[in-house]
Design a binder for this molecule. Sequence first.
Ligand code: CP3
Length: 343
Amino acid sequence: MTLLKNDLLLRALRNEKVERPPVWMMRQAGRYLPDYIKLREKYDFFTRVQTPALATEITLQPVDQIGVDAAIIFSDILVIPQAMGLTVLLEENKGPVLPKTIISKADVDALITEGVEESLSYVMQALSLTKSALNGRVPLIGFAGAPWTIFCYMIEGKGSKTWEKAKQFAYTQTALTHELLQKITTITIAYLKAQVKAGADTLQVFDSWSGALSPADFKVLAQPYLLQIADALKEDAPVILFPKGSWYALKDLSNSSASGLGIDWCVSPEMARELTGNKITLQGNFDPAKLLAPIPEIKKSVIEMINSFGAQKYIANLGHGITPNIPVDHARAFVDAVKEYSI
Ligand code: CP3
């Protein structure tokens, strides 16, 4: 096993002392990088995801070109519905589409929850290949979507602002909803364990749409499944939970088996620390759109962000994924500002 030369991220997740906070950016692979855009012209999205050599090349781009302290494997959260037997298409510039959604009990019964190591073997191959190519430069992050977020896509069949169909399903077919959420949870746990075996040093669970839920509904539809995943993985690797928009859940989640919590920009660092009692490592929470500000402004805001969170038990990141319109030198300025931070 190669020893990590830069293990800032893992130390921050273990609550160990660091010289400066580690930095990476959600959705750092792809989207805004010119070399990625070139590959996008040659291969369609799922070809890029399913070809380990291409996924590895894309994963390494932000490490080589932006200087982040971690690599996140190039893949997508929607490979899980695919592994469960559903078709997922990606219409360029339109987003994901599932032509056949989950409607009935028979649809849920037909879903596959086993064999994910084989059905998603290309992800595991991409992780091992990336791990060797990194040669211990930085840790490698594996990931999955949270059960509620995956449920949303399976019911709705595409992105939504309100997730009304998913909510209607949850509010009218309670037992079936929990059956489906449990099936997603079971396969996700097996998938994340396989990712660790293949070389992931840490894992992030993206609950991108948990903020669509009220605090009471989050407790029923999202939280139990997030906790189940964190518990199941606690001996395998540190887990970061990212319940976007669900600031109200931070207190409960800080008392879980997770090692880190992702914070979006609608919560102040002070409030996030207060809600979590400074017990757990926090990650975030720069507004991705603020990367459009002039570079000196970005650098100033990054320093203020670190000062507000505190430099320990902290991972500098955005509050959600970087968007395609961010100039590369602005992304680099964000990362540089963290690296230049001195305690
Ligand atoms: O972080 C990384 O750089 C690793 C790669 C990654 C992708 N998707 C690649 C991708 C990760 C971590 C994801 C997670 C993901 N996928 C989430 C959770 C994170 C979040 O942003 O909330 C969600 C909700 C999805 C579902 C999804 N996949 C959507 C809504 C879209 C279309 C819109 C878009 O551009 O994100 C995708 C496609 C997708 N996944 C792209 C990339 C680079 C864009 C397609 C392309 O480049 O051709």
